[in-house]
Design a protein around this ligand. Structure first.
Ligand code: CP
Length: 314
């Protein structure tokens, strides 16, 4: 098995075998990240440009670290200080960066489908770092890697995703990938933040927090995506916390070995109470560490399309 695509745009495109191959490759990079000296020469001479049209802490930083650990030249493009503010189009911006002989573009954009549009208009490899409410594939991969490390498997697990499902690209990528790898997914949130029609996803819509948590092996809490909501869809954050926030008492309803995940940024006291966010069942910082390994895997597979074996990475 190998990854033979030009781009990594979404989990909806990928087969179970491709997802597993990406996870296995990322696991190899976890081992490299444990070493004292983490830098390997795999992408020496290659150029990775992070093209972010939306704010980011974890994704942008971890792609930059991943590129540097692979010895790529890593450049950060920030839309707010670029010529897009003077009216340059998205495609023109990308064509100009392509003309600088780049090897990989890592793109985040507020419009669903913008990253696919870029990929269709460049020969450079493109990684989707989050497009609107569509997909965030490397987040799904780091979530799956964390689950696989903690639970030893993905198939057959009961996974609860709770919060603003409608506006979450993380939820969409997670559910696509979890469906393909055979996990049982259930979702719960305010009616205004749950999709009316859940198809094409294979998951159960719950009608109470208790139903969502009962027997769950994995709980993924999501923040309210205010920036993607046309108008405020809830009366108050205090009320949201009461009905949809995860407390220690509610965590007792889940399996006794359930792990708690969150893609970040966490709104403490809203979807996740501080004592849950900091308890030993929360694996949020493991997710962040795995994010570097997953992004190393993505850059390695896309930035090294001329070949090379992972054994040569060191
Ligand atoms: N999880 C995630 O995408 O975080 P950032 O927005 O900080 O990159």
């Amino acid at each position: 098995m190998s990854y033979n695509r030009k781009d990594l745009l979404g989990m909806s495109d990928l087969s179970a075998e491709e997802i597993t191959y990406l996870l296995d490759t990322a696991q190899t990079f976890c081992e490299i990240n444990e070493r004292d000296v983490k830098k390997v020469p795999t992408l020496k001479g290659r150029t990775v440009i992070n093209v972010f049209f939306e704010p980011s802490t974890r994704t942008r930083t971890s792609f930059e670290i991943a590129g540097k650990r692979l010895s790529a030249d890593t450049i950060n493009f920030t839309a707010s200080s670029s010529s897009t503010t003077k009216g340059e189009t998205l495609i023109d911006t990308v064509k100009n960066m392509e003309a600088m002989h780049s090897d990989v573009f890592v793109v985040r954009h507020s419009y669903s489908g913008a990253v696919k549009l870029i990929a269709e208009n460049t020969d450079t490899a493109v990684v989707n770092a989050g497009d609107g409410l569509n997909e965030h594939p490397t987040q799904a991969l780091l979530d799956l890697l964390t689950i696989r490390q903690r639970k030893g498997k993905i198939k057959g697990l009961e996974i609860a995703i709770i919060g603003d499902i409608t506006h979450s690209r993380v939820a969409r990528s997670d559910i696509w990938a979890m469906n393909k790898l055979g996990a049982n997914v259930r979702v719960y949130g305010p009616l205004t933040m749950l999709p009316k029609y859940i198809a094409p996803f294979n998951c159960r819509k719950c009608t109470s927090m208790e139903e969502a948590l009962e027997g769950a092996d994995v709980i993924i809490m999501l923040r309210i995506q205010h920036e993607r909501q046309g108008k405020l869809l809830l009366p108050s954050t205090r009320e949201y916390a009461k009905f949809f926030g995860l407390t220690n008492e509610k965590l007792e309803i889940a399996d006794k070995d359930a792990i708690v995940m969150h893609p970040g940024p966490i709104n403490r006291g809203v979807e996740l109470m501080t004592n849950v966010a900091d308890c030993n069942r929360a694996v949020v910082l493991d997710q962040v560490s795995n994010g570097v390994a997953v992004r190393m895997a993505a850059l390695y597979l896309l930035g090294n399309r001329k070949g090379g074996k992972i054994e040569n990475a060191s």
